[in-house]
Design a protein around this ligand. Structure first.
Ligand SMILES: [Zn+2]
Length: 274
């Protein structure tokens, strides 16, 4: 009687597919992130003087009186590329309104692979889970392109959100855009080729950066696209040989935007302006 039971269990185990799991503890998550060298530890963002120019779309859309109430809590900071804003399952004390910085959510899986989710620039805000009262996120929040942002304590924005004024409407619109981006990228990751995903991703980053040159290495891009670095290098070489981009010492410049857009998957146009 015992022998058949053991065989049955064994067959079930053999037949069970093995999927990579999301890293489930802060310790394993951090150990993997360090071994992959995908993110530098969190450091306190460097304060900078307020330049008086408001480039974050959410803050710029607030009525003057509502913005004035928030102004005394807003703190301009400089964010460095490669550093983390929030670690895996860490509580969020501050939310960030990017101005020139570009920020991404990055998932780590137990097989050592990574994949990026949202890309957030001056059109949005980082730290929504704290405002919505959700549990700390299961992803890593990393600065892709360094630059400036305005930060504010999460409870201040949470209180303002609860008042139901303009900021609430703006944030609800931003949440809707983020959901659209997540849905589109889920389809993109499953259905589109690495080359066209790379073109879409670079265009999305370029749209959020004021500079002509994007400070991105092939390894960084591979982590965010959930692709292997040799594949990214091969695609970058093709784009460079065709005069679409140039790259030198970790700086990528888009030279021929129309061809880049034609090479991108449909997801770029679907998400453009969101
Ligand atoms: Zn796509």
């Amino acid at each position: 009687m015992r022998e058949p039971e053991r065989k049955s269990v064994s067959r079930r185990l053999v037949r069970s597919p093995v999927y990579p799991l999301a890293a489930t503890t802060p310790e394993t998550h951090r150990a993997m992130a360090l071994s992959l060298k995908i993110s530098l530890p969190h450091t306190i963002p460097e304060p900078i003087p307020f330049n008086g120019l408001l480039t974050n779309s959410l803050l710029a859309s607030l009525p003057g009186s509502e913005f004035e109430e928030l102004l005394r809590y807003l703190e301009p900071v400089s964010l460095q590329a490669g550093h983390e804003l929030y670690g895996f399952q860490k509580n969020i004390d501050y939310v960030y309104f990017p101005e020139t910085a570009v920020i991404s959510h990055l998932y780590l899986l137990e097989d050592g692979s990574t994949s990026g989710a949202s890309i957030i620039g001056s059109e949005g805000m980082v730290g929504l889970t704290a405002v919505l009262g959700s549990r700390p996120p299961y992803y890593w929040t990393q600065i892709i392109v360094g630059g400036s942002a305005l930060r504010i304590r999460a409870e201040v924005i949470k209180d303002e959100f609860a008042r139901g004024r303009t900021l609430q409407q703006l944030l609800l619109g931003h949440i809707s855009s983020r959901l659209s981006q997540l849905a589109q990228r889920a389809v993109c990751n499953g259905r589109h080729r690495v080359h066209e995903r790379l073109c879409s991703w670079l265009l999305m980053i370029q749209d959020r950066v004021n500079e002509e040159e994007l400070p991105l290495t092939h390894e960084q891009i591979a982590h965010h696209l959930g692709a292997r670095r040799p594949g990214i290098t091969a695609s970058c070489n093709t784009l460079r040989d065709n005069g679409v981009i140039s790259y030198h010492r970790g700086l990528i410049r888009i030279l021929d935007r129309p061809t880049m857009e034609a090479s991108a998957c449909e997801c770029y146009q679907a998400l453009r302006g969101r």
